[in-house]
Design a protein around this ligand. Structure first.
Ligand SMILES: Nc1ncnc2c1ncn2[C@@H]1O[C@H](COP(=O)(O)OP(=O)(O)OP(=O)(O)O)[C@@H](O)[C@H]1O
Ligand SMILES: [Mg+2]
Length: 293
């Protein structure tokens, strides 16, 4: 299959011109954003979205201006976790105004566009086979519009909550070639380690994107009876899967964090001194220091 750059005749579509114009529009939009950070994991369900939402809150509480792109087009969860699902997006001449969450965090998500709770994302194509063939292209297109059509204004951080899979980061890097860095999320299970290794290789060795560090989520829980941290998973030696990457922090499993995510309330503002709040705040400081050092 030829790439669009190799087409001898573009049938008058000026495809190279269109792609260049889109890339320019995107970089123009991001010119007011200081740092772009992708939160990723090869593994699903390890807490990428929860960590994105809570790191955004922590950065805001530290005085930073923050936006979130919910890059999970098919399984968006950021709008719910940030309590903005009821907001209708406003379209202006200069772009879409993002939904504003607590502490002024700006959110854009497919969830703010879909009409019904149970409506899945469907791509229009002549046949379902065509839709399957073009799905990845259409997802990148949707993401390009999310980033490029949104009036972000001045931001210190734009966080991108990625869907699971090590193949998702290349799409983001295609759109944001100078992505500031990635935060890799894992849980202390061997299955997660195995898959997260692939994500790290993709980011570090293939795409050459700076890895800010690894977050170990659900690393332990605080025992109700003795008040001591207890492991939630069996794997204790995490030295192998870190692959020499910096560990940003270990976040405990806390049912209150899950409840806050479900109700769209900021856990960090509700629970000031818990081990999870302390871990998330420390991670946010390390992310900020990564860019300031
Ligand atoms: N440290 C934690 N303590 C308690 N609950 C958590 C914690 N981290 C995540 N959760 C909960 O676990 C569930 C899965 O988390 P989340 O949706 O963030 O995972 P994900 O990696 O984004 O999943 P997906 O791969 O589907 O995008 C959510 O209900 C979330 O609220
Ligand atoms: Mg998610």
């Amino acid at each position: 299959m030829k790439s669009y750059k190799e087409l001898p005749d573009d049938a008058g579509s000026n495809i190279i011109g269109q792609v260049t114009a889109q890339a320019n529009r995107l970089s123009q939009r991001l010119s007011t954003v200081k740092h772009t950070v992708a939160i990723m994991s090869g593994k699903g369900g390890v807490g990428k979205s929860a960590i994105t939402a809570n790191i955004a809150t922590a950065l805001s509480l530290m005085g930073c201006t923050v936006g979130i792109v919910d890059a999970d087009i098919n399984g968006p969860s950021i709008a719910k976790m940030m309590g903005v699902r009821n907001i209708t997006l406003e379209y202006t001449k200069s772009g879409v105004l993002p939904a504003i969450s607590h502490l002024g965090i700006k959110i854009i998500s497919m969830d703010l566009i879909l009409s019904e709770d149970d409506a899945p994302v469907m791509w229009n194509a002549q046949t379902q086979k065509d839709a399957f063939t073009w799905r990845s292209t259409m997802e990148v297109g949707a993401l390009r519009e999310f980033i490029g059509d949104t009036e972000w204004g001045d931001l210190d951080f734009l966080l991108l909550d990625l869907p699971p899979g090590s193949d998702r980061l290349p799409n983001v890097v295609e759109l944001i070639p100078n992505l500031g860095g990635v935060v890799v999320v894992t849980i202390p299970s061997e299955i997660s380690q195995l898959i997260v290794k692939k994500s790290i290789t993709m980011a570090r060795d293939i795409l050459k994107v700076p890895i800010i560090g690894v977050v170990e989520n659900m690393a332990f829980y605080m025992c109700k009876h003795c008040g001591e941290p207890e492991p939630l998973f069996s794997v204790q030696d995490t030295s192998d899967y870190k692959l020499n990457e910096n560990t940003l922090g270990k976040i405990p499993f806390d049912p209150k964090l899950s409840l806050c995510n479900d109700s769209g309330t900021p856990y960090l503002s509700e629970y000031l001194n818990t081990p999870a709040t302390e871990a998330i705040t420390e991670i946010a400081h390390k992310i900020q220091n990564f860019f300031n050092s």
